[in-house]
Design a protein around this ligand. Structure first.
Ligand code: NAP
Length: 244
């Protein structure tokens, strides 16, 4: 496999940190965007320094400083963005519109992987409010990428095991529930905060509608196990044993 120069944006996040480690493990020259000092906490800083110790190069940049993004992009040929899927206090996904502008100006990027890593937003046009915000925002970013004719890969990872399997998909829990499980409806419950309503409406589509499994992957996509036949996938019964 050819080696690339990769910039990871959002490298300190849940998904971004795994992408940084894997990019380094695969021998790609790996750059990680480092936010300005005042936007970082000490844990994030320590994480960035551990990436640096493992061979990553930290490059300062900010979504509010266009030139800093262009300068960072000039160093690489592949950009992977893993900014947050949360919509409060900012619509983090839409920050990527600024990255698209910078990629256009830099002009050297061979491939952009925007922050997707979830349900395929192009299949979720019918999604209910307020959870549809995730898909609406991700589609706005896709539109900007395609209009700018930037080469892209969209990774539709559906649900990650760590968030949905061990806790038997119970909102607000990470470990398997011991006494009871709740079956979620449409999130229209008094007292539920915005973030939980978004999550509950996603759960509705996943579990009532079956939106992760009610389609065939056609010409517009490629199934991951075809792309990576060498990966040994973990069956759910094996995965769940780690919680015993
Ligand atoms: N399929 C699934 O089950 C699943 C699960 C989780 C997430 N996802 C998707 O994966 C993607 C990443 O989510 P995540 O949970 O990994 O996100 P996360 O843990 O919240 O990490 C977000 C990253 O974005 C950075 N960031 C946020 N605002 C920024 C800003 N203004 N400037 C620069 N950096 C900023 C954060 O930097 P700091 O660390 O400095 O704050 C952090 O590195 C999202 O698209 C989400 O929808 C999918």
């Amino acid at each position: 496999m050819g080696k690339s120069k990769v910039l990871v944006v959002g490298g300190t996040g849940y998904i971004g940190s795994k992408i940084v480690r894997e990019s380094l493990a695969q021998g790609h020259t790996t750059f990680v965007l480092q936010r300005p000092d005042m936007d970082m906490d000490v844990n994030k800083l320590q994480m960035l320094l551990s990436f640096k110790a493992s061979g990553a190069q930290l490059v300062e940049g900010s979504f509010s400083d266009h030139q800093s993004l262009v300068d960072a992009l000039k160093l690489v040929d592949v950009v992977i963005c893993a900014t947050s899927g949360l919509h409060f206090p900012t619509h983090s996904i839409l920050l990527q519109l600024k990255l698209v502008e910078a990629i256009k100006e830099a002009g050297n990027i061979k491939r952009f992987l925007p922050s997707e890593f979830g349900m395929d937003p192009s299949r979720m046009e019918h999604a209910m409010e307020p959870g549809n915000v995730t898909f609406v925002d991700k589609m706005r970013v896709r539109k900007a990428i395609e209009e700018a004719q930037i080469p892209y890969t969209y990774v539709s990872a559906n649900c990650y095991g760590a968030y949905f399997a061990g806790n038997l998909s119970q909102l607000g829990m990470l470990l398997p529930p011991k006494d009871k499980v709740s079956l979620f409806g449409d999130g229209d419950v008094k007292g539920m905060d915005y973030g939980s309503q978004v999550a509950a409406s996603h759960c509705y589509h996943i579990f009532y509608e079956g939106c992760l499994t009610n389609f065939e992957i056609g010409e517009e996509g490629e199934e991951a196990s075809n792309l990576y036949p060498e990966v040994n996938y973990t069956r759910m019964d094996t995965y769940l044993k780690r919680y015993l």
